[in-house]
Design a protein around this ligand. Structure first.
Ligand SMILES: C[S@@+](CC[C@H](N)C(=O)[O-])C[C@H]1O[C@@H](n2cnc3c(N)ncnc32)[C@H](O)[C@@H]1O
Length: 330
């Protein structure tokens, strides 16, 4: 078994935690063994598919964690770790909690390695020894950094077909990962411009999008084509889907937002009927991860068990609820 350090994005820390927890459990057959704010330490049996993850900054191979009142053990450890042949350097990252003078610590730790014969290169290292400084410190070899630029390049307004109100690709990818499906088919029954299904398709999952308005469904197909993905979009109604029972492995969607209390009856009907359909088309033990701007526990609880609920404040009058639910067994 190998221990990994996942350094989570601070923006949606709890959602990021869930993304990593489920990824580690279902994809890497491992578990979280320690947490220190934005740092999760996980024991895994193998390492692959890290590029699927969205809400993390980076992953390192864990060597050691310790308290600040015993910084000596960090220096002792550097006297003992195996020195690689590659050019290397030490990089210290303050990420909340305790703080250290990062440059000074990098210099002092680098000096130990240099004395022991390491080839130090600060400007162009092949290997980076990371010290994450949180409530405690965590030491590890940097293995993987998330390509955050790709998510910015897929921003909704940069896609061929744009409609305001689409969620950001990085969050969409995180929600797809929270469903914990390794392979199989993911459904977005209210797919809009396709942000969710595009992120699912780009990590190799099969997907289906359903959208009630023809014009939007056509636009969604344009967006899918732009990323060389199959145009699996059906013009249809989430309340009555043309799909077989238990034919999809997970559902991720973003409900239309309730904008005025006058339309509550309409939106309540959309939720109630859609949840019935979600339960019908979803495979046993499948998850539904959805976004709503209202509390809807009462509407789904006969059919789904809530595993988690997160809040994302978008602006003063919009707080997104992110629900993670599992289909109830009959
Ligand atoms: C909040 S938007 C989804 C945005 C989407 N995530 C995106 O990336 O563009 C909700 C979408 O649901 C669609 N919609 C509303 N009622 C629907 C229904 N009964 N069945 C299917 N789609 C519906 C709307 O047209 C809209 O495109």
């Amino acid at each position: 078994m190998i221990n990994l350090i996942f350094y989570l994005s601070g923006e949606l820390e709890e959602v990021a935690t869930k993304e990593v927890e489920n990824f580690v459990k279902y994809v890497l057959n491992g578990k979280v063994i320690d947490r220190d704010r934005q740092i999760l330490i996980c024991k895994v049996s193998n390492i692959h598919s890290l590029e699927r993850l969205a809400l993390i900054h980076e992953v390192s191979l864990h060597l050691f964690s310790g308290d600040f009142d015993n910084l000596d053990c960090l220096f002792d450890l550097l006297e003992r770790i195996e020195i690689p042949n590659d050019k290397m350097c030490v990089r210290v990252k303050n990420i909340g909690g305790k703080r250290v003078k990062s440059q000074e610590l990098e210099k002092n730790l680098g000096a130990i390695l240099w004395r022991r014969g390491a080839r130090i290169s600060v400007s162009n290292p092949d290997k980076i020894l990371r010290v994450y400084v949180s409530e405690r410190f965590h030491l590890g070899w940097l293995l993987y950094k998330t390509n955050k630029k790709q998510f910015l390049e897929r921003r909704p307004d940069l896609k061929p077909f744009f409609r305001p109100g689409a969620i950001l690709p990085r969050l969409a990818r995180g929600l797809v990962n929270i469903t914990a499906i390794k392979d199989g088919t993911i459904l977005d029954p209210m797919c809009g411009t396709g942000t969710i299904i595009i992120e699912a398709g780009l990590i190799g999952l099969d997907f289906i999008g359903i959208e009630i308005f023809e014009k939007i469904a056509k636009g969604c197909k344009m967006n899918l084509k732009h990323y060389n993905l199959p145009t699996n979009v059906i013009i249809g109604d989430a309340r009555e889907m043309p799909l077989k029972d238990e034919s999809v492995d997970a559902i991720v969607t973003d409900f239309p937002y309730l904008r005025s209390s006058k339309t509550f009856g309409e939106i309540e009907e959309l939720y109630t009927k859609s949840f019935e359909e979600f339960s019908r088309v979803l495979s046993k033990d499948g998850r539904v991860v959805f976004i709503s701007n209202i509390d809807v526990e009462e509407l789904f609880s006969p059919l789904f068990k809530m595993e988690s609920k997160f809040y994302q404040k978008v602006h003063k009058s919009l707080v997104r609820r992110i629900y993670v639910c599992k289909k109830r067994r009959k």
